[in-house]
Design a protein around this ligand. Sequence first.
Ligand code: ATP
Length: 371
Amino acid sequence: MPGLMNLSRTDGPHPFGDTAPRHRNHIGRERPESTRPGREPTASVKRVQAVPAVETTRLHKNYGDVQALRGVDLRVETGSIFGLLGPNGAGKTTAVRILTTLLLPDEGSARVTGFDVVRDAAKVREQIGLAGQYAAVDENLTGFENLEMVGRLYHLGRGRSRARARELLSSFDLSDAADRLVRTYSGGMRRRLDLAAALVARPPVLFLDEPTTGLDIRSRIELWDAIEALVSEGTTVLLTTQYLDEADRLADRVAVIDQGLVIAEGTPEELKTQVGGERLEIRLCDGQRGEEAVAALVSIASDRPFLEDGWVRVPVAERRGTIADAVRRLDDAGIAIDDISVSTPTLDDVFLNLTGHAAEPETEEAEVQPR
Ligand code: ATP
């Protein structure tokens, strides 16, 4: 997927410049006041909320015999981060390519900020930015020159292009490297520049196709911070990812897609609850007494306890008091404990449970060190 696409919109709020009051959601990320739950929306907010930023209905796409999308329904609310999760070949990039007008659907419909991606493709392009798996910046130009060039391509004029380039370089912590050739940038710096390039024309909706694949953990966290900052200022983000911790950290809602179908949708917490609540994990001093331990603990379990890899695993509905209760029961039965803890389900568990296989992100590649 190409790394950059954008846009002719040049007005609207600066992604980093707005000062709207915010609150924290369940994952601690700040959101603009306009999307705050439980607050009476104003008339203009009602209008905005009535039209989702992205909506697809029964989207189908085949490549010859390959059914890449088999009826995908998605809805992304304005001002949120939506994560499209799926293994290799699930159909994520195909969905993003349709939503960004690079590919026509075979059946079904897709709208971005209310505009149809087929009938109103030009309008859709004015609303969106796209940054992909592979940074598409020109490595023989400096960071500043890249952003200035994008501004000129969108007819911002020389002065505004230069000002916007400086502003974005500063926002993405690239000012010090502004005049260095991009080929001397690290992988993380290139991705940040790519993201900056997708924002030159201030798109209200940003598509990020596996934005951190191949990056090391430090660069991923920097990019996550940049994405969160954007959304806290009102940008809507749809991101595809194979990294479940990325979806967990960033996304308000996620859809799990596998073999062209959405197989689950909800907040990360809702999805985790679906695969079962918390689990007590106990390792016994005497591994031979597992069945006895299961029998002793069955009455505090929300589902049948089981033995796995030398551990007794006990699904529990309520975390509070569970460890003490389990210790008491095992003590009464004369069974000694080597280790005990409570584990909470992760999105990896959700993914495994839904698809029958673990998510397999590509191995991280080494970053190019600045010269
Ligand atoms: P990845 O994480 O590997 O990028 P993805 O979830 O984005 O995967 P897609 O790239 O949308 O998946 O691919 C969905 C299916 O369509 C896969 O089976 C893929 O091999 C196939 N496919 C994608 N593009 C083409 C194409 N141009 N021609 C033929 N088949 C294609």
